[in-house]
Design a protein around this ligand. Structure first.
Ligand SMILES: Nc1nc2c(ncn2[C@@H]2O[C@H](COP(=O)(O)OP(=O)(O)OP(=O)(O)O)[C@@H](O)[C@H]2O)c(=O)[nH]1
Ligand SMILES: [Mg+2]
Length: 225
């Protein structure tokens, strides 16, 4: 009962909260980015790149930006781990797709994994932000080139953007987060996710009401006043 009431209170009075799924093939720099986000947006210093290992499970990062709470889910990008991605689609407000812009040889793999993500029913209407990562390396291609390679222009039914970043030095990340928050605030998918959450809260309220009436009946029965 207390947890239901607390959940309801939190729901009514807390800041907007968004779930962002960080995807991309292995070694794109997803976890390095997640740790940089923590450093840039919280009092907590994220792990330095030399302490980051390939991801097998799930890494979570919570930050606050533009009066919103952002919860990032970072999953492993190795081939055998990509089947796990879809378990998180339903709850995600947006996709942050990280690309190693300095590795031309892996662009085909990046592209086919990306197309598969976009085709999934559970991600309909989710805004997509592409981070063309590793811009600190010589030979890294521009965000525009990555956007063209991934056919971003053809995504009519959703908001999309490609931005150049370096998860090492942090360049471009803040601009990307600003775009992302704006896109999540205004997109139809966010409204739909909210409606679903509202429906769950309404159901919880019925449970609370039922609990209370049972409790009142008990008091009457036992004459406890
Ligand atoms: N030069 C450079 N290297 C980077 C950058 N971001 C990540 N790396 C390096 O790229 C490699 C892979 O980084 P990770 O963050 O582990 O990549 P990941 O996408 O999380 O990989 P998985 O967990 O296997 O899916 C590491 O050696 C990082 O140090 C960057 O902005 N610049
Ligand atoms: Mg990782």
């Amino acid at each position: 009962m207390f947890s239901l009431l607390y959940g309801l209170w939190k729901y009514l009075f807390s800041k907007a909260e968004f779930h962002v799924l960080i995807l991309g093939i292995d070694k794109a720099g997803k976890t390095t980015l997640l740790e940089k986000l923590k450093t840039l947006y919280s009092d907590f210093e994220g792990l330095p790149p030399d302490r980051i290992v390939p991801t097998v499970g799930l890494n979570i990062g919570r930050i606050e930006a533009h009066k919103s709470k952002l919860i990032f889910w970072d999953l492993g990008g190795q081939l055998g781990l990509r089947t796990i991605w879809e378990k998180y689609y339903e709850e995600a407000h947006a996709i942050l797709y990280v690309v190693d812009a300095a590795s031309e040889s892996r662009l085909e793999d990046t592209k086919s994994a990306f197309e598969k993500v976009l085709r999934h029913q559970d991600l309909q209407g989710a805004p997509v932000l592409i981070f063309a990562n590793k811009q600190d390396l010589e030979g890294a291609v521009s965000a525009k080139e990555i956007g063209t390679a991934l056919n971003l222009k053809e995504l009519e039914e959703r908001e999309s953007m490609a931005m150049a970043i370096s998860a090492y030095d942090g360049s471009g990340i803040r601009e990307g987060v600003t775009w992302l928050v704006d896109a999540m605030r205004t997109c139809k998918r966010t409204q739909e996710l909210k409606q679903r959450a509202d429906a769950a809260v309404t159901m919880n309220m019925h449970v609370i009401k039922d609990d209370t009436s049972v409790w009142r009946k008990e008091r009457i029965k036992n004459r406890v006043w």
